[in-house]
Design a protein around this ligand. Structure first.
Ligand code: SF4
Ligand code: SF4
Length: 442
């Protein structure tokens, strides 16, 4: 028993005690010369002090060592399995039919909900803040960014995805549309950036053609990367291709915790995201010496607005550095749009009405002058053009100027220079509350 206790105290103490015992056999009868052997015999006076609070244990992640090995192979089988399980829950035919009808209406205008109309609300707010109409017109300005949704195919099937991508989607941009985008960019000097998104854009056939074409025109090229696509079999050289072409990567990472990322984006996504970020850092992304930019995007796990961007960026930077030695340039926060899969998610949880009310309560008129739809043109994989990605998902056609309304929408093939769009009305509806809540959405 005593031996065990001494063992607990450590080897040196044990040896010291042992020496005392063996060299002074009669010491058992005397008070040993031990500094803390002074507990008073008046046991009634003994008091327990409050335990000192131990410093909070930092979240740890013990998978870094085997990460490269563990993230080999495709994510698609596990995405499909999880996706099928979710779909099974919704399999009931009647429900499915209902869901289809409901979704169509709900996602188009959100007007089944008992909420104020976006444009009426905007007018009220303008009046309240004594802003003149001409000081805040909802009209297209000079286009600076062309955003191309080049396909809906994705190796993930995230629960909040506003384009409903998955490995089952096959829609992809053709070479003709991709070529026409480059032609428009070449004849539109105001356009400085080609923003390529999807699905997982790197997995679409025209991705590299667009990247190289955009760079050859001297434009900035952004890749909206889900990170895991860089580890798919056949994509082994994609990260290098991106760095060689100086592509700016904007990557989704909704948390620095594995649990939250995997809940929103699928099992195994966190490990692969970390591995992809390590590879990008090793190629010079986000290093002080290089021009290669790597930004991260945070979006909330559920129906709440994102935290303020600046302190969240600080927290992310600290956690990413401490836990994984990963660097990035900036963090942007994005509000989840109440459309498509996130709309379904909220609807199933009975939270859609509450979420819309939350967005309205947090309406910020100052965001109205910063909306991306003023200076961005969105191109769908099939060549249709829209004010933004969200309008594309709701099939809200580009309005055009008063004298040439495009009631049936417009394709890239009807456009030669983006200046032709300046002054056109922007199609806004109730989903726009998602862009105007809090500090706005990136
Ligand atoms: S959110 Fe992005 S990564 Fe997730 S399914 Fe949609 S396109 Fe793919
Ligand atoms: S959703 Fe509405 S506010 Fe947001 S970018 Fe599109 S049109 Fe503009």
């Amino acid at each position: 028993m005593q031996l065990c206790a001494l063992r607990l105290l450590g080897r040196n103490v044990f040896q010291h005690e042992l020496r005392q015992c063996s060299t002074t056999p009669s010491s058992a009868t005397r008070t040993p010369d031990i500094p803390d052997y002074n507990t008073p015999v008046d046991t009634a006076s003994h008091k327990l002090t409050r335990p000192t609070k131990l410093p909070k244990k930092r979240p740890t992640w013990d998978g870094l060592t085997d990460l490269a090995k563990r993230t080999k192979g495709s994510l698609i089988p596990s995405t499909l399995q999880e996706f099928s399980e979710t779909m099974k829950v919704l399999k009931d035919d009647e429900r499915k039919k209902l869901l289809k009808e409901e979704r169509k209406k709900r996602q188009r205008t959100l007007d089944q909900l008992n909420i104020t109309d976006f444009l009426d609300y905007f007018m009220e707010q303008k009046h309240k803040h004594t802003i003149k109409d001409e000081d805040m017109p909802i009209k297209k300005k000079s286009i600076e960014i062309i955003q191309a949704n080049i396909g809906l195919y994705c190796n993930q099937a995230c629960s909040h995805c506003h384009v409903e991508s998955s490995p089952r989607r096959k829609e992809m941009m053709s070479k003709e549309v991709a070529r026409k985008i480059l032609d428009i960019m070449a004849s539109s000097p105001s356009v400085h950036t080609l923003d390529i998104t999807g699905g997982a854009p790197e997995l679409c056939p025209e991705f590299r053609y667009l990247v190289e074409g955009g760079r050859a025109l001297g434009k900035d090229v952004i890749d909206r990367c889900n990170l895991t696509s860089l580890l798919e079999p056949g994509q082994e050289d994609t990260a290098r291709f991106l760095s060689d072409n100086g592509v700016h990567i904007v990557a989704s990472l909704p948390c620095y915790s594995a649990k939250n990322v995997n809940t929103q984006r699928g099992q195994g996504v966190f490990d692969r995201s970390i591995q992809a970020l390590l590879i990008l850092n090793s190629l010079g992304y986000a290093s002080q010496e290089s021009q290669l930019k790597l930004d991260l995007i945070y979006n909330p796990l559920g129906g709440f607005v994102p935290p303020p961007q600046a302190p969240l960026e600080e927290k992310y930077r600290q956690e990413m550095r401490d836990l994984f030695s990963i660097e990035f340039n900036q963090l942007f926060t994005m509000t989840n749009m109440p459309i498509k899969r996130f709309n379904d998610f909220l609807h199933r949880r009975g939270e859609l009405q509450g979420y819309m009310e939350l967005l309205i309560r947090n309406y910020n008129i100052n965001t109205m002058s910063e909306l991306m739809c003023y200076n961005l043109l969105n191109v769908c994989w099939d060549g249709q053009i829209y004010d933004c990605d969200f309008n594309q998902q709701l099939e809200l056609q580009l309005q055009g100027k008063d004298d040439q309304k495009h009631n049936k929408g417009m394709t890239v093939f009807e456009l030669s220079c983006t200046d032709d769009l300046i002054g056109g009305d922007i199609a806004m509806d109730n989903h726009c509350f998602g862009c105007t809540a809090g500090m706005g959405s990136s």
